[in-house]
Design a protein. Structure first.
Length: 317
């Protein structure tokens, strides 16, 4: 029988804690949100995979509250906010409501969020990435579009597919009156469900609204690019499975807002943290769980190596 997994807790692995303690400044925190690859086997042919849902909302709030509590005890919590959080996001996505609430929770409680994507943050995971000030990626990292998936027969399809199908058929009938249209066109038109079309338009607007709320928050550094980011991520891609790597994300978010870890010097703070996050990720990625694993660490002691908290400089740290 497998040992029960503690879904959310402070990190106690002494190797990871020691490395984080040597890199972070007092008042900074690190957190990982990891969807294990394996999922949870509940029957011989039934596997439940991690999905951002209502439990994730509570679990991540529990972690943020614990970080704030520890900082408050040491008088390191300024204006009730965490000054800087280094956040690893590994997620295939989930419900739009819970994904937005998790992102909003992070954005409203942290002044500066530096997100690390070791492998992927897709769909709802990408929505959480929008709560970042900077994003750190590597050679196999990617995010995905945030068009919402809708139930269609026995599968899920992109809201954009429904809208594009409607616009495509509408364009055909702009050229030829209905009575003169080919039979095949009429069959296509009859298959379109007006209620589903309206719902697709509604959920796309919902995705845009949520994304804009995150990108225009007072702590966001992406306000001036918000409209373009939302347009690209919600409507700009042919499929929900499109891989957006670090080069393409730089085009969308701006050169200064996306960092490629392998271009940094070995003694750079972000590069050092990248190595730690890789190790942290490896510790939990193969566990059997249908929930995202949440771990956190808060630096509260000044050390000889880091005796004061300074501004994050990607080029020099």
């Amino acid at each position: 029988m497998e040992e029960e997994i503690n879904i959310v807790s402070e990190e106690h692995d002494h190797r990871i804690v020691e490395k984080l303690n040597n890199i972070l400044d007092a008042g900074e925190a690190a957190m990982v949100i990891i969807a294990p690859y394996s999922g949870l086997v509940v029957a011989p042919r039934v596997i439940l995979y991690p999905y951002i849902d209502f439990p994730e909302e509570f679990n991540i709030k529990q972690a943020i509250d614990a970080i704030k509590r520890k900082l408050r005890e040491r008088n390191l919590l300024k204006e009730g906010k965490i000054e800087r959080l280094f956040l690893l996001i590994q997620s295939p996505g989930g419900g739009v409501i819970s994904s937005f609430k998790v992102a909003k929770l992070i954005r409203e409680n942290v002044k500066e969020v530096i997100s690390f994507i070791i492998h992927f943050a897709m769909s709802g995971g990408t929505l959480i990435v929008l709560a970042s000030n900077k994003i750190v990626m590597g050679p196999i990292s990617h995010v995905s579009p945030i068009d919402i998936q809708m139930k269609y027969k026995e599968d899920f399809i992109s809201s954009n597919d429904i809208i594009r199908a409607f616009r495509g058929v509408s364009a055909l009938f702009e050229k030829i009156p209905e009575e003169n249209a080919p039979y095949s066109w009429k069959v296509l038109a009859e298959k379109l469900d007006p209620i589903m079309i309206q719902e697709a338009m509604n959920v796309n607007e919902l995705a845009k609204t949520y994304a804009l709320k995150l990108l225009t928050h007072e702590y966001s550094s992406l306000k001036n690019r918000a409209e373009e980011i939302v347009r690209r991520l919600v409507e700009g891609y042919p499929t929900h499975d499109y891989v957006i790597d670090y080069k393409e994300l730089k085009e969308i978010f701006g050169e200064d807002n996306v960092i490629y870890a392998e271009e940094l010097e070995e003694n750079n703070k972000i590069r050092k943290l990248w190595y730690v996050f890789e190790e942290w990720f490896s510790k939990y990625k193969d566990l059997s769980s249908n929930r995202h694993i949440v771990r956190y660490y808060t630096k509260v002691e000044y050390t000889a190596q880091n005796n004061k908290r300074g501004e994050l400089n990607v080029q020099t740290l």
